[in-house]
Design a protein around this ligand. Structure first.
Ligand SMILES: [Zn+2]
Ligand SMILES: [Zn+2]
Length: 434
């Protein structure tokens, strides 16, 4: 049945071993299409030889011309003709060559695992489809699958590195038959915590609102509102170490430009896109970042992470417990009673908070309900007090103090019946369990 079909196909179309074998690629695992093709041609040749002894050279002739099957030529005494496979036009015989060139191109990258993706361009696939419908082929494999698997096998054999479908370090897209290669190293993710030791640094790079990054008089031709940011201070040394293309900073929430982050720091994950170097000495890198940042920020606990952690970090940040130190100025003198009242009214209190007026231009106006677990108070001047606020993530603390014209309720100002203003804000703890 298979032999009959193969004879039929070959009598009409010249096919290389791979392309013939692939038409039966779904049958018997653990052999290559090339081996399938060779085996089919060999069995056909045995039959052909019997026929030949009876005076019929039909099969051997087919094999000699359309099968590029050398032993058939020898028996019937014909010369080898120039052979061109109907489907692949012989590029399947160059897979080894392609693989070697890919290895060559990959040599500048650091990787342990890889994945080969193949795109078949032009009319190759159409010719194969046509042949399959003409002969009712049901157990064929796609040429794309064969190429990616076989190239992957050769690269593995030569380099000792392994193919990984789920999480490869690097992806190589190969376009055939033209043989264009594009290499895409997968991003690396590094988790850590940062402490921001000085005020006046935004978390992420903040483009100039006038020129939007192009550079103008207002931003002193830097394109930025602030000379640096937590993101830049962390990303630059890592980009240098990895020779990566770009970095993306994911923080577990963010603080205001004028707030510091102390204590155990705020968790973050930095994503490095298209890195050339992947294996880093993270404790060395930590020192490098801290030295460069010159006392502005500090990172701790760097470790390798993944994309999943980024998602968890963002979700958790909305509710994860935060502790702030807030310096508050009140419009009248404060007494012991005031302090007691604050501690009592905010213990386990739920705050109704509409989007603060100061961010309303870039955030939708909506009501949030956030918990304050506890506030500890300390008088530090006639009209000054220090608060330690332990609350749910996502609460705007400056507005908890001022009341934001009634948009945050209750507030320190409301409880005191006086104006209250946040003078200094420090994040002193961010809980995190990712
Ligand atoms: Zn072929
Ligand atoms: Zn500007």
């Amino acid at each position: 049945m298979i032999i009959e079909k193969a004879k039929e196909i070959l009598s009409k179309y010249p096919l290389c071993d791979n392309c013939l074998g692939r038409q039966f690629g779904g049958l018997i695992r653990g052999v290559t299409n090339k081996e399938r093709g060779q085996a089919i041609k060999l069995v056909l040749a045995l039959e052909g030889h019997l026929d030949f002894m009876k005076g019929n050279d039909e099969i051997l002739k087919i094999l000699a011309t359309n099968g590029a099957f050398q032993p058939a030529n020898k028996i019937i005494g014909s010369q080898i003709k120039e052979f061109k496979c109907y489907i692949c036009e012989n590029f399947m015989s160059k897979l080894e060559e392609y693989a070697k060139e890919i290895i060559n191109r990959l040599s500048e990258y650091e990787y342990d695992t890889f994945l080969i993706g193949v795109r078949i361009l032009g009319e190759v696939a159409e010719r194969e489809d046509k042949l399959r419908s003409e002969f009712g082929i049901e157990y064929g494999e796609s040429i794309r699958m064969e190429c990616s698997r076989e190239i992957g096998k050769i690269i593995s054999r030569i380099t000792g590195k392994s193919v990984n479908f789920k999480k490869p370090d690097i992806i190589v897209i190969v376009e055939l038959p033209k043989f264009n290669i594009s290499i895409k190293p997968m991003p690396i993710y590094i988790f850590g915590r940062y402490r921001k030791l000085v005020r006046g640094i935004p978390q992420s790079k903040w483009y100039c609102s006038k020129c939007r990054g192009k550079g103008c008089e207002r931003c002193n031709w830097t394109g930025k509102m602030y000379p640096t940011s937590v993101e830049e201070l962390i990303a630059e040394p890592i980009l240098k170490a990895t020779k990566g293309k770009t970095a993306k900073f994911h923080g577990a929430g963010r603080e205001d430009v004028d707030a510091t982050v102390l204590g155990n720091g705020r968790p973050f994950v930095i994503e490095i896109k298209e890195p050339i170097i992947r294996k880093l000495d993270l404790s060395q890198l930590e020192k490098e970042i801290n030295k460069n940042a010159n006392g502005m920020i500090e990172v701790l606990g760097l470790k390798y992470s993944d994309k999943n952690t980024v998602r968890k970090l963002k979700e958790r940040a909305k509710i994860a417990e935060k502790t702030y130190r807030v310096l508050v100025e009140v419009s009248r003198e404060i007494n012991e009673e005031d302090l007691e009242k604050i501690e009592k009214s905010f213990s386990g209190c739920t705050i109704d908070q509409y989007t603060p007026t100061r961010v309303l231009h870039r955030r939708a106006d909506k009501l949030r309900k956030k918990k304050v677990y506890e506030i500890k108070t300390k008088k530090v001047g006639d009209r000054m007090m220090e608060l330690i606020v332990r609350c749910q993530g996502g609460l705007y603390v400056k507005e908890l103090v001022s009341g934001d014209g009634g948009r945050t309720k209750p507030s320190i100002a409301e409880v005191l019946g006086a104006d209250a203003k946040c003078i200094e804000l420090d994040v002193i703890s961010v809980k995190e369990d990712v």
